[in-house]
Ligand binder design. Structure first.
Ligand SMILES: Nc1ncnc2c1ncn2[C@@H]1O[C@H](COP(=O)(O)OP(=O)(O)OP(=O)(O)O)[C@@H](O)[C@H]1O
Length: 663
């Protein structure tokens, strides 16, 4: 259990001191006052290697020439490439030393192989398939050599109820091998070590393959990136490269063009998330004609333009930089067949909506021949309504309740006074350290509300011998990427972050997320703790609760803990009781004065279902899949499950986020 069982709603002031008995808590006591005096802390001297295989943007990949078990595992033993295909225009000898992603220009122009290639390797089933290129063992090592396997709780995902609403919903797939995915896509998925699709992948692959628009909501860490990349890339592999408009018909010379014409556009709210999606796209487009690119703010425009000029078929972008490049005539959206909004609720809230509308509506992006796909773990009702502006005849897919958290994450809430937070944090970090009895990497992510706090807290922790770095919107892009890299590699196993690291980041071995400051919005909490407990791995989340700052989140937090079958501390329940009592008293006073029965916490939005989602059933049909069993309900029956009218307004697009400046 998490906290005191005392009768008072609040625990005694000094309850958390000395319980773990660490002796490092010396320099924290003037944490609050140190805000004024401390300089920002940049932890720059702790090893460096930004140009590793997760290199950001266009840098060259590291080539690892060591022959490893990897080659044997992946079946390189008897591989023979025949250098002459039926066109006679491909010499694959050079692919070993070149890479699609290195700085060798020649290799960067997508080498198309319209008839596939001829191989003497009888085991290579992909030879002779149009636009498929030969294997490249060095590149495979870089792209697939270090992937982590899914965790032991991966099977748990299969028990989460799946609900899809819309017209003619395609049946989900059971396995990658039996799906309609292109053979090259299956090959790349296999190289990634993915054996079975996650529920969101099972449903979204056929939906997207059948050309439907999609709004999908699934828990953090449940494989949403693959859920859109697999079917999009697979369809691209099947259709082959598009015809470039105007005079730019020779895409072999695409580097001569001023403008590039992506077929798929993926928009993400943060630079780091864009880079991560780009890395995944590189993996899954291996051996294909599709060349992924990434553009985001904070990096030299010229470098990104040069990279785009080498050809770009799948573009991952943050909205601001994309708008800039469109305005400069460097990117045309006239060929975009797939538009993806990752973290869609964030992309459509007040911070980004204008830019998204500009990109989608004010430019040359097709409307009819475009599929629009939206993914997130959370989707407030008002944003669901807004999202409809961009979708046509779409399917609304939910895996579990919208905005729920994974049961793989053990959540704890600690009551702590503001001036005791640092002490408690250091106790927790010390306890984590002492409990780590093996050599496995264990990373801790600490969320604070402001950029300044992030610097100061990182500084204090470092002074107390905790290897710490920080990431936030005031750091340069180089510093942000460097911090992330140091954290990922465990050089600094603690990272203090603002909301900039809350969404989408997939960092293996994050075992603990601490909400040093709780966010105001429950959806932000869901995304933050979702940095741990990913892909079937277990994780821990600790929240520091303080009645002065966190009252607004109490009810939603209790609901969330209850639903995720977590212990609810008594002090939280007591605070809620007190708040309910106050609320009732207020309403009574209002009533006595002759006012109506309007409850300010309730907002009329639309007809919502039991999942607290908008009614998306255009054709009045809902299909549910529970443990693989399919049930379809017609409107008259399913309506009984819906509650119309007034609904609790639990979450909202949070326009007043302190950390707004990072986008
Ligand atoms: N079918 C699969 N089998 C095993 N692992 C998978 C599978 N699909 C995805 N993964 C892994 O699961 C992890 C989480 O995936 P991903 O980042 O796409 O989650 P997400 O749902 O987008 O999370 P978030 O909501 O935080 O953005 C990644 O490490 C990915 O490699």
């Amino acid at each position: 259990m998490n906290n005191s069982a005392s009768n008072s709603p609040l625990p005694p002031r000094n309850q958390h001191f000395n319980r773990i008995g660490n002796n490092r808590s010396n320099s924290y006591s003037n944490f609050n006052t140190s805000f004024k005096n401390n300089k920002p802390f940049y932890n720059n001297n702790q090893g460096s290697n930004l140009s590793n295989s997760r290199s950001f943007g266009s840098n060259s990949a590291i080539w690892n020439d060591n022959k490893s078990d990897y080659q044997k595992k992946r079946g390189f033993n008897n591989r023979v490439f025949n250098n002459n295909n039926s066109n006679g225009n491909n010499n694959w000898n050079d692919t070993k030393s070149d890479s699609v992603f290195n700085n060798n220009r020649k290799a960067n122009y997508a080498k198309l192989c319209p008839n596939g290639y001829v191989s003497n390797d009888p085991n290579d089933k992909l030879a002779n398939i149009p636009f498929v290129r030969p294997r490249d063992e060095a590149l495979e090592e870089v792209l697939f050599g270090h992937q982590s396997n899914s965790g032991i709780n991966f099977d748990k995902y299969q028990d989460i109820p799946v609900e899809a609403s819309g017209r003619n919903i395609p049946d989900p797939i059971d396995s990658f091998t039996d799906s309609e995915l292109h053979e090259l896509m299956k090959f790349n998925i296999n190289l990634s070590g993915f054996d079975i699709p996650t529920p969101v992948q099972k449903s979204s692959v056929p939906i997207i393959t059948h050309g439907r628009d999609l709004m999908a909501c699934a828990q953090t860490g449940s494989g949403k990136t693959g859920a859109f990349l697999f079917p999009i890339l697979s369809s691209c592999f099947k259709t082959g490269p598009p015809t470039i408009p105007k005079n730019n018909t020779n895409r072999y010379d695409s580097y001569m063009q001023n403008c590039c014409y992506p077929v798929a556009l993926v928009l993400a709210p943060t630079r780091e998330l864009a880079i991560q999606i780009f890395d995944e796209a590189k993996k899954f487009s291996y051996r294909s004609w599709v060349k992924p690119c990434v553009v985001y703010g904070g990096q030299r425009m010229l470098d990104q333009v040069r990279e785009l000029q080498k050809g770009c078929d799948l573009l991952v972008a943050t909205p601001g930089r994309l708008c800039d490049l469109i305005d400069r005539g460097r990117i045309s959206l006239c060929l975009v067949r797939y538009l993806v909004l990752d973290e869609a609720d964030r992309m459509l809230d007040m911070g980004f909506e204008g830019q998204i509308r500009n990109i989608v509506e004010q430019n040359d992006m097709p409307t009819e021949d475009r599929q629009t796909l939206m993914f997130s773990a959370t989707f407030p009702s008002d944003i669901q309504i807004l999202a409809r502006d961009f979708l046509k005849d779409y399917i609304f897919l939910t895996i579990g309740r919208v905005g729920s958290t994974s049961e793989n994450i053990t959540q704890t809430v600690e009551y702590v006074e503001e001036d005791e937070k640092v002490s408690l944090l250091m106790d927790i970090l010390a306890a984590d350290e002492s409990q780590a009895n093996d050599n496995s990497l264990r990373l801790t992510l600490v969320f604070v509300e402001t950029k300044r706090q992030a610097d100061i807290l990182a500084n204090i922790l470092t002074d107390n011998n905790f290897q710490t770095t920080s990431i936030h919107g005031d750091r340069t892009q180089y510093e942000r990427e460097r911090a992330l890299d140091l954290f990922r590699r465990g050089v600094t196993p603690i990272m203090v972050a603002t909301a900039v690291a809350a969404r989408g980041l997939d960092i293996p071995n994050v075992t603990h997320v601490v909400n040093f400051d709780l966010p105001k919005d429950i959806d932000d909490y869901v995304h933050r703790i979702g940095r741990t407990g990913r892909a079937g791995n277990v994780g821990k989340a600790t929240a520091f609760f303080n009645i002065e700052h966190d009252k607004s989140i109490v009810k939603d937090l209790i609901d969330l803990l209850e639903e995720a079958k977590q212990d609810i501390p008594k002090f939280l329940l007591d605070i809620r009781l007190e708040m309910d009592y106050e609320q009732r008293a207020k309403q009574q006073r209002y009533h006595n004065r002759g006012g109506g029965a309007f409850n300010p916490n309730y907002r009329y939005i639309s007809r919502l279902n039991k999942n607290n989602t908008v009614d998306h059933r255009k054709d009045k049909e809902v299909t549910t899949y529970l443990s693989g069993k399919k049930t379809t309900v017609t409107s008259s029956n399913s309506m009984k499950a819906f509650n119309g009218g007034f609904i609790p307004y639990t979450s909202s697009a949070n326009a007043s986020n302190v950390e707004n400046s990072w986008f």
